[in-house]
Design a protein around this ligand. Sequence first.
Ligand code: ADP
Ligand code: MG
Length: 465
Amino acid sequence: MKDHLSVWDNCLVTIKKSINPQSFKTWFDPIRPVKLDQSSLTIQVPNNFFYEWLEENYVGLLKKTIRKELGEDGRLEYQIVVDNHTDATLHSNERGNNFYSTEHIRNPFVIPGIKKIKVDPQLNPKYRFENFIEGDCNKLARSAGLAISKNPGGTAFNPLVIYGDVGLGKTHLAHAIGNEVVSKFPKKSTLYISTERFTNQIIESIRKNSINDLVNFYQSIDLLIVDDIQFLSGKAKTQEIFFNIFNELHQLGKQIIITSDRPPKSLEGIQDRLISRFKWGLSADLQSPDFETRMAILLAKMELEGVTIPPEVIEFISYNVKNNIRELEGVLISIVAQSTLNNKEIDLILAKQVVESFVSEVNNEITVENIKELVADYFKIPLDKLQGKTRKREVVIARQLSMYLAKNHTTNSLKTIGDQFGGRDHSTVIYSCRTVQDLMDTDILFKDTVFELEKKVQMTISSAQ
Ligand code: ADP
Ligand code: MG
């Protein structure tokens, strides 16, 4: 006899094989099968955001899997947990502990009937969702942030850990969530704090013998945002105090947001019990933005600053400043400043000067590697496919085009070029160049593509000179 548990278990086996472990853990672990009605399986998801995310990202996989288990008529229905408390009860029953049962216990330091003191959230009002440009690089973190700002403490994302390299928008996003919560829920107390400042407060209050007051204050916050948690490293006492604050807030269903320059598992010098708690909710990373997102960010900043910059300059900056949004902004501001101060027009020449002073590794020559990256990015093909053995038509063409560009825009020998495409020999390179030439002669669209790519190669070269 099939029941909802066994059907869902089977589904999970299939799903697990199709997606990466982190996604599985994030999106499928929290799902509970509820009932099976003939060919319709009902599953319970923690919230609406979850449901939308599954539908948007995994609908194909779910359909396929359900049909495999329940036949062609197989259907999936969702049940969404709306009430945070029900959710908590459900978890506590299943975990067999009474983790959430302290909910009704009052903090003895909060006197009933006395209004809470208004907390200054310490937020920068400039960092908002409206000016946080969306891209593939930040999709998950941004959506989770939005879901939280609609229902702080009431989603499965508690804590939300936003991690990524410097300058990719962690602080901006954290403030954006905070600002949104302040405007939507003015009665909730929201607080942003850097880990450094938090540490200093602790040291100070230990000195003044007022640590209890500080802990109580923090335990009364509804949304606590702690920025750059990696700075807790090696600070055992601060970690211990933060651990207590974290536990209390989490038990009360209060929202915690943490940012970090690396994923929780890679944090060093931080106690395991803290790290394991960081993993309770959702860890979402911010990656380097792709070309289109970089353009969109620059265009938005341009509008904000009220300046007009020629499109080729915007394109040029987006090409050359890749890894860091703060640097991207820095270049833009410098260009505007230089142009105003020296009464110069904003053009490619000025842009090149500024970009050079910002981008540290300046090459004098474009490399085969640069070309491969450029082409892979342009055709949205993974780099390893481009240099691999795939005979898929679109990959083959992209590969031949890369060789053509490498031949015409670098000083590498045919042999060296071949070597860099998975050890192909020089005759393959010659053949590729001919094929590209032939295609250009017969296909106007293809010719345009080649010209466009050549322009990009030129830009990379001129930025390096
Ligand atoms: P981090 O905290 O990760 O070091 P920040 O949040 O300070 O990075 O971001 C650096 C700069 O880049 C800020 O000025 C921020 O406004 C800007 N920024 C980052 N991400 C975006 C984005 N998606 N859209 C617009 N601006 C962004
Ligand atoms: Mg920051």
